[in-house]
Design a protein around this ligand. Structure first.
Ligand SMILES: Cc1cc2nc3c(=O)[nH]c(=O)nc-3n(C[C@H](O)[C@H](O)[C@H](O)COP(=O)(O)O)c2cc1C
Ligand code: SF4
Ligand code: SF4
Length: 225
């Protein structure tokens, strides 16, 4: 079993996952779920003294592409949630009984997460920990320190990313299912329907790659000009 412990300053965390401040950390029952979730720590939903900021708008949630939640694709969670509905003094009183339990888990962390915990529930933490351990075992890593920082040398400044390489996209008519997702999304209006087929105008195409990223059929190809 790989060792997922990390150390930040003098604080040792049992793994690198922390539940970020938000809905999954706001009330007592949610905090208990955080503790049971095996996350190494959590940041409590932001407390505040301003009364209107503690009142939540209703409705306040929208999910774009909910079908992608089960498919493992991309979805967006929109929310107008305000701050912690419980007044600070009351919150502290309620939490006192759980302080010791929470203390064992708290500290600094490497990765905070909020939206996924809202959508999948606190059980996502255990799944992630299993996946991290499985990946480390497959790679032969025994601890996070074995690979921590390995990518640092590969990080380059935005100014170093070449911006003048011309790319162009092309749509394979045999693979295209004509869902029109790319046509609607293309920021440069380079995609149109010509004789019932989706066609990219190479003059208009900016080579941004959005169509390739969106196409679930692998029908949008991307090449240097
Ligand atoms: C519904 C919702 C409520 C949030 N409430 C707070 C908050 O009260 N205080 C805060 O500092 N961040 C809040 N956040 C921001 C999260 O802590 C986190 O930084 C953000 O969601 C990005 O992480 P994610 O992509 O894993 O969701 C909230 C996020 C969401 C989605
Ligand atoms: S997203 Fe893919 S399948 Fe859909 S229209 Fe564009 S190329 Fe065709
Ligand atoms: S690469 Fe960008 S600009 Fe070119 S067709 Fe695709 S989405 Fe449009």
């Amino acid at each position: 079993m790989p060792d997922l412990k990390i150390k930040i300053k003098d604080v040792v965390l049992k793994n690198p996952l922390i539940i970020a401040s938000g809905t999954p950390t706001y009330g007592l029952s949610m905090v208990k779920k955080c503790i049971r979730s095996e996350a190494a720590a959590f940041v409590t939903k932001t407390l505040c003294y301003t009364e209107w900021l503690r009142k939540q708008p209703r409705p306040r949630w929208h999910i774009e592409h909910p079908e992608a939640i089960d498919d493992g694709g991309y979805f967006s969670l929109y929310s107008t949630e305000r701050l912690n509905p419980t007044p600070p003094e009351e919150y502290v009183k309620k939490m006192k009984g759980y302080a010791q339990e929470a203390h064992d888990l708290c500290g600094a962390t490497a990765v905070q997460t909020c939206a996924a915990v809202i959508v999948f529930g606190h059980k996502i933490i255990k799944r992630w920990l299993r996946q991290i351990s499985g990946w480390m075992e497959a790679k032969g890593y025994h601890s996070l320190a074995d690979f921590s920082g390995r990518s640092v040398s590969k990080i380059i400044a935005p100014s170093q990313i070449p911006g003048d390489v011309p790319y162009v996209s092309r749509i394979d008519p045999d693979a295209c299912q004509k869902c029109l997702r790319c046509l609607e999304a293309c920021p440069y209006e380079a995609i149109s329907v010509v004789e019932k087929k989706l066609v990219v105008d190479p003059e208009k195409c900016d080579g941004c790659r959005l169509c390739v990223a969106l196409c679930q059929q692998g029908a949008a190809e991307f090449n240097q000009k």
